[in-house]
Ligand binder design. Structure first.
Ligand code: AMP
Length: 413
């Protein structure tokens, strides 16, 4: 058995993971993936093989108060049993915030971890969990190299005008600016587009990561020019439970007129808004599409309207539009949502091919469409594993300069 890389994506209620087999020049294949879900209620670990069959399961007592070390212990034990004692080469982490300094993946040392902990106030709902997983692995396997891959890094080159907030200058000095997120997904999509359609990838493209979290990224020649998420991952599009773009005066109103606490407003904006808040039914797009309730329709209509409006804004940032890429749960799987977004973009010359769209073809626009519309499945885990390998083994991982422009060389199956 050759050596493997484990990727971890730790959140407040779940830890997603994937295991990749390494080859001399990249990743050979994904061996396993799964998650520990129900953290805080009924924790449950499940690891699956590439075909989805269950390889390992572990359940803890309901309501067990477990830290990341307790949660990751059975996962690492299973990997050792599954692969052998020396087979795990490294762990790559998704870390949501790299702040102003970290613009690329980095090997984690105590000094780097301490620096990333200073960014907790910028991402209080995500960064503590990411770092707790890092510290748990460091305690459980002190000699295992770990790498942080940042969701903000892909947007690091955005121009100052794009990243500036119109607040008094002193707040910029403490890091208040637009950062953008979903960067690992956009980097993966940029790499895939470069392989599939190099001429289009060199042009002006908007990628739409439409999942439970949702955002858009305007890319020129594969580089992020602008994006809809900003200082936090609340900004931009309507999401499953997040409000997206909101007049700051609305927050003041909730605080002043409703007497809500800051944490109650935070909970509302992150967990009770978006598709769930508007529909009053669900944050899940499938449920809403299946519903005949008019509030479900209103939530979907708002979701689509805001995507189209923001695509208009990002088209201005790019100075025109050559391509549109749909990705993530909704973007990859929902033909009606793609069709509805495209219909609102007819003024831009977007012509959806209804037949290709229903078949979930790779290209879902008509040959005559001025903007080519593609569907590309995203794979943030493969991006993390590729970065981890490139940071730790730069010589074997990069045989040519071209290969260092990481696309994902790994297949999911
Ligand atoms: P993600 O966060 O990328 O896993 O995406 C989750 C979202 O994708 C949820 O709103 C799901 O309802 C949605 N989704 C997944 N499959 C479909 C589908 N076939 N049609 C519509 N929405 C889907």
């Amino acid at each position: 058995m050759s050596r493997a890389i484990l990727t971890l994506n730790a959140g407040s209620s779940s830890i997603k993971f994937a295991l990749y087999e390494m080859a001399a020049k990249g990743l050979r294949r994904r061996l396993s993936h799964g998650q520990i879900e129900g953290i805080g209620s009924a924790p449950h670990l499940v690891a699956r093989d590439a075909a989805g069959a269950i390889l390992s399961e572990h359940r803890w007592a309901a309501d067990a108060k477990l830290d990341h070390e307790a949660l990751l212990t059975p996962l690492l034990a299973w990997i050792t049993a599954h692969l052998g004692e020396e087979s795990l080469a490294a762990v790559g982490h998704r870390v949501v915030h790299g702040g102003e300094h970290w613009d690329r993946p980095v090997r984690l040392t105590p000094a780097v971890i301490a620096d990333l902990a200073k960014l907790i106030p910028l991402a209080p709902l995500h960064q503590p969990h990411d770092l707790a997983a890092v510290e748990a692995v460091a305690r459980l396997r002190p000699r295992l190299p770990q790498v942080a891959c940042f969701d903000t890094a892909f947007h690091h080159g955005m121009a100052p005008t794009v990243s500036r907030l119109a607040l008094p200058r002193e707040f910029a000095a403490e890091g208040m600016r637009r950062y953008g997120f979903h960067g690992l997904s956009y980097e993966y999509l940029a790499g895939q587009l470069r392989e599939q359609a190099p001429a289009l990838a060199a042009g002006r493209v908007i990628a739409a990561h439409l999942g439970n979290g949702a955002s858009l990224c305007a890319m020129h020649d594969g580089h992020s020019i602008d994006t809809t998420m900003g200082f936090t991952a609340l900004d931009g599009l309507v999401m499953g439970t997040r409000c997206g773009n909101l007049d700051p005066g609305a927050v003041l109103y909730l605080l002043q007129e409703h007497g809500l606490s800051v944490s109650a407003v935070e909970h509302m904006l992150y967990n009770e808004s978006g598709l769930l808040g508007v529909s009053g039914i669900s944050n899940d797009m499938r449920t809403l599409l299946d519903s005949s309730d008019p509030h479900a329709y209103e939530a979907i209509d708002l979701f689509v309207f805001r995507i189209a409006r923001e695509i208009g804004a990002l088209t201005s940032s790019l100075g025109g539009l050559d391509g549109l890429v749909f990705s993530a749960g909704i973007g990859e799987h929902s033909a009606p949502i793609r069709a509805a977004v495209c219909a609102r973009l007819a003024w831009l010359g977007v012509e959806c091919d209804g037949d290709a769209n229903t078949r979930h073809a790779t290209v879902v626009s008509m040959p005559s469409s001025r903007v080519q519309v593609r569907v590309i499945p995203t794979d943030e885990e493969a991006m993390i594993a590729t970065h981890t390998m490139n940071v730790l083994y730069p010589v074997t991982a990069r045989s040519t300069q071209e290969e260092s422009r990481v696309s994902s060389p790994v297949s999911r199956r």
